[in-house]
Design a protein around this ligand. Structure first.
Ligand code: ATP
Length: 437
């Protein structure tokens, strides 16, 4: 399938099935903003939950945080964002479009004119005013990354959680960047969600932990269903490194238009803690009682985009095959990422079947993400569920009323088995275990 065609199909599926809608459509839209519909919000939550589970709940050395989005310019001054968080901007003098200079080739992609202004640095932070008075003193910024929340709370977390380096603080939440050229669907938007973790380590362990984290993070995408051939690691060249970084590796995904960043893992050294310490006057160090010495930890940061990752999961799982002579669209999502795990389908809209299916829904929905659907023919309902990535369909038929068994249909093989209602949790787990690596 041609790449442009694949993107078109995914964007259309997302809208048609309630994953992602262009925002404010009834008002003609608002450039590059999106709303996540019933299935999209469920899938995005799964992506974030899987990340949180792997990065926080499953580990004794990482704790969570939820910091404020709106905060004082002092943070962004100390972090270097006010001075450095810029992209080179050029204007086309002919059609007035604006472009990121490093994304174009000296020619306006809109009108083809080469009459462009010289490039100038454009700060990507959204500026606003906190409170009723719009003065210099009320300026505030929406965070362009979640990371600074972890640095400014380093001392709070250290004293309240009784952790000591090596340990991490993780956060999932919205970030905002006034991107000059957002695009490629939800790959680059001005409002997006990040999943970031700052891992504080003794400086002499920084390189070891850096290597550990990029391997862990590379494995995470595969564990959640992205085939390894669609992923690669890219080490940044020295001249490409950010002002704070002693080493960066990107995890890249094979997007339909080429390789693109999913996540960056950086050795941020002691840059952030030292900057905030000197700007705030508060000590942001660790006193090691064993060696009786004080030091500023180095930080290893795996920084991922939740919305961008969701898009990669959609692209990686999209396929078309043939079932009973018909083209079938399938999202082959991992059950941990799929917005619906089990679709419960009474064969027909007959009261006893609907009642039994309803009671199975109540019993299973505490353990699995379930959907109940009694519209249309069973064949059409299977196709609908295949198209949104539901790994298991459960059908309640007339035999179910007699012998308390139901049909379980596997999305990928379309094969069916008969299972006892009392065995459903373990039978479904067995079907899901095929996805574990
Ligand atoms: P890019 O080079 O694509 O602009 P970046 O290197 O500036 O990204 P980071 O600052 O490292 O990105 O942010 C970490 C992650 O946050 C990225 O890997 C990406 O997944 C996500 N991200 C960054 N900017 C956006 C955006 N505008 N829209 C959606 N996701 C984003």
């Amino acid at each position: 399938m041609a790449n442009a065609e694949l993107m078109e199909k995914i964007v259309s599926l997302c809208k048609r099935r309630g994953f992602i809608y262009p925002s404010a459509e009834i008002y003609g839209g608002f450039r590059s903003t999106y709303d996540y519909g019933p299935l999209g919000v469920a899938m995005l939550r799964n992506v974030k939950n899987q990340w949180w589970h792997a990065m926080v709940e499953r580990r004794r050395d990482v704790v969570g945080l939820d910091a404020s989005i709106l905060s004082t310019p002092k943070i962004w001054e100390a972090s270097g964002h006010l001075a450095n968080f810029t992209d080179p901007l050029v204007d086309c003098r002919k059609c007035k479009e604006r472009w990121r200079a490093d994304h174009i080739d000296g020619v306006c992609p809109n009108c083809g004119s080469s009459d462009l202004t010289p490039s100038r640095e454009f700060n990507m932070m959204f500026k606003t005013h906190a409170g009723p008075v719009e003065s210099d003193g009320s300026v505030a910024y929406l965070r362009p990354e979640t990371a600074q929340g972890m640095f400014i709370n380093f001392a709070n977390v250290l004293t309240t959680s009784r952790k000591r380096p090596p340990f991490g603080i993780a956060q999932v939440g919205k970030s905002f960047r006034n991107e000059i050229t957002p695009g490629n669907f939800v790959f680059r938007t001005r409002e997006f969600e990040q999943m970031e973790m700052e891992f504080f380590v003794p400086p002499n362990e920084a390189q070891t932990w850096f290597e550990y984290w990029y391997q862990e993070r590379f494995a995470w995408y595969q564990e959640n269903g992205i085939p390894s051939e669609m992923l690669r690691l890219r080490h940044h060249e020295k001249e490409e490194l950010s002002h704070y970084s002693a080493g960066t590796v990107d995890i890249e995904f094979d997007f339909p238009w080429g390789w693109g960043e999913l996540e960056g893992i950086a050795n941020r050294t002691d840059f952030d803690l030292k900057s905030h310490q000197s700007a705030s006057g508060e000590k942001l160090e660790y006193f090691d009682q064993v060696t009786n010495s004080r030091y500023t930890p180095y930080v290893i940061e795996p920084a991922a985009g939740a919305t961008r990752a969701m898009m990669a999961f959609l692209i990686a799982s999209y396929r078309e095959d043939e079932v009973e002579g018909e083209v079938r669209v399938v999202l082959g999502l991992h059950p941990k990422i799929a917005p619906i795990q089990v679709a419960i389908l009474p064969l027909m809209r007959k009261a006893p079947l609907m009642e039994k299916a309803g009671s199975i829904f109540s019993a299973l929905s505490d353990r699995f993400l379930c959907d109940y659907d009694d519209t249309q023919s069973i064949g059409k309902r299977y196709r609908r569920q295949d198209e949104v990535g539901t790994p298991v369909c459960l059908t309640v038929d007339f035999d179910s009323l007699e012998d308390d068994t139901v049909t379980l249909r596997d999305r990928d093989s379309t094969s069916q088995i008969r299972a006892k209602v009392s065995d459903l949790p373990s039978e479904i787990d067995k079907l899901f275990s095929a996805f574990e690596r």
